[in-house]
Every structure is written in structure tokens, then in C-alpha cells.
Design a protein around this ligand. Structure first.
Ligand code: PHE
Length: 344
């Protein structure tokens, strides 16, 4: 192929390649491929050594023109690409119009959070501290320190999720009792809300994950009447009406005596309805006087101090308070179910 054809073919090839390059890196590669030490244009010049003087003059000029042309086109292309990129930036910046009104989607509190905060305020006003506690606890914290030794049948009352390392998901907020007694000693008034886990099959009124709020009050001469007084005051505040309570005997190894505290049904006022299954009472809160063994394990002398403990079903209370029929709605994450409690 003659040098003339070579030149026109090279020019065509260069223009095609340059048009296809859309970023400065690719253009730089083209520059090297044509004008570099081993580039195609440079090679053309080297090829001239075999030509006659006459031909050298003619082609030398043509190649120099090509060289300049390639150089200029590359510089122009780089400039164009830089501008393109700049325009792109400006356009995308324009898409955010800071003067537009905000797209307002309000969040809402979970019904359990709402009830929890309300209770925390009520108890704080009665001198209780509010404590948080971990969800993964030891066997000692959840059972042993609460007067439930290994192989005690009471362990079967709670279907426990055990972890491989021997720890477990707390089955009740009572698991924090020992820690708090050791941390603060007596006298002590504390509530500790928390998430609890039990390996149960779920239905409209059972969940494997639920919330409780534990409370303990330890001092000299604390009796069952203190327990009843605090529970009545708290529940009347929550339901914004005078709440009647009754105690039935209940068994829990960490209290003696132990009770189930029922409240008069706030739906029918105690006459009997479907919510209270016709009895006029709703079972709400197991409680009792803290067992001397539990005080001792917590480093508190049972000869000097007594106390009560209660385990309020926070989930149950939230359901009653907000008329939630299916407990599973609370853990569903469904905005449709949960956002109804907006802006309470
Ligand atoms: N921890 C008990 C339970 O979840 C409830 C309870 C708490 C009972 C405090 C008595 C005193 O079953």
C-alpha cells in the first residue's frame, strides 16, 4: 500500500476512534497511539527514510499537517469532554431545588413506646428510677438468682431460647433484679422495661417476643398494702379513671407470697363483656413480696429490708389501651397497623 493511502486511511481511523471516545482517559490513549514515540503518525515519519528527496519533501509536509491536525483535534475533544462533564454536574445539581416544599412524611411512635413512656413518667413522679437492661442474660440472672435452681419445675413455665454459649434470651424482666440490687443496694425504687422472649407458638394473643415492665421497691417495712397502693395509683393514671384491683394467689419462686393482680374491666366497668370474658376482671400483673433468698442473692439483708416486685405486661397494657386485637400487629412492622397511633 502506498504512503498516500496509508495517510488517508490513518486519518479515517483516527477520526472514528476519537468520535467514540467519551472520557479524557480514552482520548489520552488515542494521543499515545497516534503521536507517541511508537504511535502510528510517528511510524509514518520513520517510514520516509526509504523515499527519494523529492518524495520526502512532499510527504513530509503532508504528514506534518496530519500530525498537527491530530494534535488539534485531540485537544478540542478533551476540551469538549470537560465541558460535557461540567454540564452534567450542573444539571444534576439543578434537580435538587432547595426552595421546593419538603415532602413531609411524619414518623410515629410505636404503641408500646407510648405506653412505656407514660408509665416511666408516672413511676418517676413516685420516685422510681428507670433502668435499661440487656436482652441476652445468663442462666444465673434469669433463674438462679431468682430462687429458681437448676431442674426446678418452675423453669418449665417459661420456654426459653438458649444460645450456643449457654446464655439465653431473657424470658422476663425479673432477670434484671439481681443486677439492680447489687448496683444500687437498698433502699431502692426502680422500674426496668424490656423486651422478653419465649419459645411459644404465636396466635392473636400470644407472641414469642413481647414487652414487660418490671418494678421493685425495697425499703424498711414495705408491705403488700404498699404494693396495692402503687399499682392502683399507676393504673388509675394510665386509664384516666379509678381502677379497682384485686389480688389472687399466684406462684412465682422469687416472690412470697405471690399474686396475680387483676383490674376491673375498663370496657364494661366490671359488669362482664367479651374483653374480660364475662368475668368483669382482667389479669394484668403478676406480683408479690420479694423472696428473702432473692434479696440475699442481691446482697440485701432480708432481716432489715423487705420489698415488692411486679411484672407488668407492657404489651398487654398497650393492647388494652389502644384496642389492638391481634398481638402480632405490634411486631409486624406494618405501617398501616402502627401509624394509627401517630401524634398521640
Ligand atoms: N417475671 C414473672 C413472669 O414473667 C412475673 C413476675 C414479676 C411475678 C415480678 C412476680 C413478680 O412470669
Amino acid at each position: 500500500m502506498g504512503i498516500r493511502e496509508n495517510i488517508s486511511e490513518l486519518r479515517l481511523q483516527f477520526e472514528t476512534e476519537l468520535a467514540a471516545a467519551h472520557d479524557s482517559d480514552s482520548v489520552e490513549k488515542i494521543r499515545i497511539a497516534y503521536l507517541g514515540k511508537k504511535g502510528s503518525v510517528t511510524e509514518l515519519l520513520k517510514g520516509m527514510k526509504d523515499l527519494t528527496n523529492e518524495e520526502k519533501k512532499e510527504f513530509g509536509q503532508t504528514i506534518n499537517v496530519l500530525k498537527r491536525e491530530v494534535d488539534e483535534k485531540i485537544t478540542a475533544r478533551i476540551e469538549a469532554i470537560r465541558k460535557e462533564e461540567e454540564d452534567k454536574l450542573v444539571n444534576s445539581a439543578e434537580r435538587y431545588d432547595v426552595t421546593l416544599p419538603a415532602d413531609t412524611a411524619f414518623g410515629s411512635y410505636h404503641p408500646i413506646t407510648l405506653v412505656q413512656r407514660e408509665l416511666e413518667e408516672i413511676f418517676a413522679s413516685m420516685g422510681f428510677i428507670v433502668e435499661d437492661f440487656k436482652e441476652i442474660v445468663s442462666d444465673y440472672e434469669c433463674f438462679e438468682a431468682l430462687n429458681i435452681p437448676k431442674h426446678h419445675p418452675a423453669r418449665d413455665m417459661q420456654d426459653t431460647y438458649y444460645l450456643d454459649n449457654g446464655q439465653l434470651l431473657k424470658t422476663h424482666t425479673s432477670a434484671a433484679q439481681n443486677y439492680l440490687m447489687r448496683k444500687y443496694g437498698a433502699p431502692l425504687r426502680a422500674i426496668f422495661p424490656g423486651r422478653c422472649f419465649r419459645n411459644e407458638s404465636t396466635d392473636a394473643s400470644h407472641e414469642n417476643t413481647f414487652f414487660q415492665m418490671e418494678g421493685i421497691m425495697i425499703d424498711k417495712d414495705i408491705s403488700i398494702s404498699n404494693l396495692i397502693y402503687f399499682m392502683k395509683t399507676m393504673l388509675s393514671e394510665v386509664f384516666k379513671q379509678d381502677v379497682k384491683v384485686r389480688l389472687r394467689p399466684g406462684f412465682f419462686p422469687f416472690v412470697e407470697p405471690g399474686f396475680e393482680l387483676d383490674i376491673s374491666c375498663h370496657i364494661c366497668g366490671g359488669k362482664g363483656c367479651s374483653t374480660c370474658h364475662g368475668s368483669g376482671w382482667i389479669e394484668l400483673c403478676p406480683c408479690g413480696m420479694i423472696h428473702p433468698n432473692v434479696l440475699t442473692a442481691g446482697g440485701i439483708d432480708p432481716e432489715e429490708y423487705t420489698g415488692f416486685a411486679f411484672g407488668l405486661g407492657l404489651t398487654r397494657l398497650a393492647m388494652m389501651r389502644y384496642g389492638v386485637k391481634d398481638i402480632r400487629d405490634l411486631n409486624s412492622g406494618s405501617l398501616k397497623a402502627l401509624s394509627q397511633f401517630n401524634h398521640e
